[in-house]
Ligand binder design. Structure first.
Ligand code: NAP
Length: 282
């Protein structure tokens, strides 16, 4: 079984991006800039943002974090986004989720210019992705896609089963695999007989949030299995896939941690560079 090393894949991608930033700097005399807005002091958000900033600096991006207390008014955040939309040195804007209850998430997402939406959450980018046009692609599914392509470059005609239909993971993942000519089944909490659906998959992507939901006897022999889940349990972090069982059947499997997670941040950097290039017509 191939243990898909997300840490290594992410490090390789960062190396490539570092070189690209240098050549963009040569050509345009400036580097792509990523601005993250962080509201409140939720510990996981603080950690994510710190990691994003560190990785952005590592590949040579201009990176900035704007911090607000939990109590910040929605209007102040929207005003700041407007400012960043009009700032040429900012290529990508990300507002770290979740937001405090009094701030309307959708309003915030839609305030970001689609051309600077490095998360790929703006309805314009969602629509473009589903229509097969150029768009920002949400970072986690983009990372999963790149890992799958490393194992199997030609996905033509493969049967893919996506477990979970969130806007963040399952739906964009579906679009990416459709574009690669997979036949895609998207499953969710109301799916009848999830096991028999999974058993049809040459590729399984699990993004649910239930520890070890996907069992070994749900997996077709030699399937590629991507585990997006990150679940805190008393035995530490586990994914949505029962790793020990599935590793005996699958051709390739991502571990948790060290699989999809590291690719998510590397793809954010990739998206920032793509936004920079698109905005300059490169
Ligand atoms: P989410 O928004 O809560 O969506 C979960 C999806 O799973 C929903 O579509 C839900 O179906 C479906 N579901 C729930 N119970 C199910 C069941 N018993 N059988 C089949 N489907 C079921 O979650 P998310 O934001 O996509 O996150 C999923 C997991 O990925 C979480 O563990 C999260 O921490 C992790 N995650 C990891 C990364 C990373 O970088 N590795 C990034 C983001 C998220 P309904 O639509 O019917 O409710």
């Amino acid at each position: 079984m191939i243990l898909i090393d997300g840490k290594k894949a992410a490090a390789d991608l960062r190396e490539e991006l570092k070189k690209e930033v240098l050549s963009l700097k040569d050509k345009h005399n400036k580097v792509p800039g990523l601005t993250v807005i962080l509201i409140g002091d939720l510990a996981p958000s603080q950690i994510y943002v710190r990691n994003k900033e560190k990785s952005a600096n590592e590949v040579g991006l201009k990176s900035e974090v704007i911090r607000y207390p939990d109590s910040v008014e929605e209007s102040e955040v929207l005003k700041k986004i407007d400012e960043l939309n009009n700032d040429d040195s900012v290529s990508g804007i990300l507002v770290q989720l979740p937001l405090p209850k009094h701030i309307d998430k959708q309003k915030v997402i839609e305030a970001i210019l689609p051309e600077k939406d490095v998360d790929g959450f703006h309805p314009m980018n969602v629509g473009n992705l589903s229509s097969g046009y150029e768009s920002s692609i949400p970072c986690t599914p983009l990372g999963c896609y790149l890992l799958i392509k490393k194992i199997e470059p030609n996905l033509n005609g493969k049967k893919a089963v996506i477990v979970g239909r969130s806007n963040l993971n399952g739906k964009p993942m579906t679009q990416l695999l459709l574009k690669e000519n997979c036949t895609v089944t998207i499953t969710h909490s109301k799916t009848n007989d999830l096991k028999s659906e999974c058993l049809k998959g040459d590729i399984i992507v699990a993004a649910v949030g239930i520890p070890e939901l996907v069992k070994g006897d749900w997996i077709k022999k030699d399937a590629i299995v991507i585990d997006v889940g990150i679940n805190k349990t008393e035995n530490g972090l586990v994914g949505d896939v029962a790793f020990d069982e599935v590793s005996k059947v699958a051709k390739a499997l991502t571990p948790v941690p060290g699989g999809v997670g590291p690719m998510t941040i590397a793809c954010l950097l990739k998206n920032t560079i793509e936004c920079f290039k698109r905005n300059l017509g490169d």
